[in-house]
Every structure is written in C-alpha cells, then in structure tokens.
Design a protein around this ligand. Structure first.
Ligand SMILES: [Fe+2]
Ligand SMILES: [Fe+2]
Length: 239
C-alpha cells in the first residue's frame, strides 16, 4: 500500500535536488579535465581537505546541507550495518559539482565518457551527481567504486544501486534541513526500516513534484522508482 504524500508540501527539497541552485560564480581555477589522467590521484581521503575545497566552491548554505547529508548518511549506514566511513565520504562529497556551470558539467561529462542524452542536454544540472564522482576521483583520489557510485547516484538513483547508494540518495532528500512536513516525516521513518521502500516512496515524492511543476524528468529517476518498488514489494509476493 502506498503512503499518501503531498509533493507540494516541501518544494524546497525537490527544487534543490533536481534543479540548479542560485550558487555563487564557480571557481574556474584548476583544469580538472587535465588532472583526470594524473596517476598521482592515489591520495588518501582527507576530510579537512574536502571541507576546504567545499568552502571555496559552494555557498555556506549548501555546505550546511552537505554536512547534514554526511551526518544522516552515517547514521543510516550504522543502522543498516553498512560501512559508515564510506557513507561519510559519499555524503561529504555528493554535491562537489552542485555549483558548476552547465558548460563545465557538459564538458566534464563528455570528457569522461558519460552519455549526454536529450534530458541531460536540456538540463545539464542533472549531471552534477555523475560529475561529482569524477571530481571526487580527480581532486581527492577517491577510487572506491561504492563511494563513487553513491555520489553519482544521489540525484537520479540507478536501478540495482547498492545499499550505500540508497543511503546517500535518501539522506540527500530527507536530511533535516529539507523541512519538516508530514510527508518528509513519514519518509524519514520508513528509511530506518526498509531502504528499498524508502527509495521507492522518496522517488515518487520527487517525481510528483516534477510532474506538478512541469519540469523535465530524467528516465533514470523513473527507472529507479520502478526498481525500488519491485525490490520493496517482491519479497511480500513470495509464498
Ligand atoms: Fe545534489
Ligand atoms: Fe545534495
């Protein structure tokens, strides 16, 4: 049975998730594309270094969101017996490319072999998650595939995504700063009990808003919803 969720109760949450925020001008220093092939990227993860980078590249309000996502991802990971350190890394780095200009997102995506489909071309901001993973690798030497995938999946999700990806996807939409509507409270509750059900219903929450506000919807967001719904329902259909 589906929970009743009003997509318009918290437009801020969805607005921030799928659309370009009002960010400060991006820092154009550093040619990321050139750095991607640099094998010296084998550095250890340093939280302070990431924080310093974020401080220069995203506004304070966005940084506070990132810290809340990190915190919620860690709590969810611990609760679901997942790797809390990986959850912390993915949470802290999930919005690295949030404030990149469309041209830069398209350039980095193309340079790294990401397919620019018509929805991405029309709304390059949707690429910020996938590009964020590219930045995490290039800037901070992150090579852990599960962390990179969790960063890449935080906006649109992906069918078959890992539990760690589910945790970061959920933390991004449900962190406390997103509001405190009954719908969000319900979704927050569910994510402690059933990650797939939470991804399914959180996807619907976002999709409803996108339909209502007549925004473009990326097919991957719909595929994630279908996958999560099947994952949540399938065990109950087994005799
Ligand atoms: Fe994001
Ligand atoms: Fe985010």
């Amino acid at each position: 049975m589906r929970e009743s969720l009003n997509p318009l109760d918290s437009t801020f949450a969805n607005d921030a998730k799928h659309q370009r925020p009002a960010c400060e001008p991006e820092n154009e220093s550093g040619m990321l594309v050139e750095r991607l092939n640099n094998s010296e990227a084998d550095r250890c993860y340093e939280r302070e270094k990431v924080l310093a980078w974020l401080d220069k590249n995203i506004p304070e309000k966005r940084l506070q969101h990132v810290l809340r996502v990190e915190e919620m991802a860690v709590k969810l990971a611990l609760h679901h017996k997942l790797d809390a350190e990986r959850a912390a890394q993915a949470g802290l780095m999930h919005d690295l490319a949030k404030c990149f200009q469309p041209k830069r997102l398209l350039q980095l995506a193309s340079a790294n072999g990401l397919e620019i489909d018509p929805v991405f071309a029309a709304n390059p901001h949707l690429l910020h998650a996938d590009v964020g993973a590219i930045v995490a690798k290039a800037e901070f030497g992150i090579h852990d595939v599960s962390v990179l995938e969790a960063i890449a999946n935080h906006t649109l999700g992906s069918p078959g995504m890992s539990a760690l990806s589910c945790v970061v996807f959920l933390a991004d939409t449900l962190e406390p700063g997103r509001g405190d509507t009954p719908d969000l409270q319900t979704l927050r509750e569910i994510c402690w009990h059933d990650l797939h059900r939470a991804v399914w219903l959180t996807s619907e929450y976002t999709l409803k808003y996108l339909f209502e506000s007549r925004h473009l919807i990326h097919p991957r967001a719909l595929m994630t919803r279908n996958w999560a719904m099947q994952m949540a329902i399938a065990p109950r259909q087994t005799p």
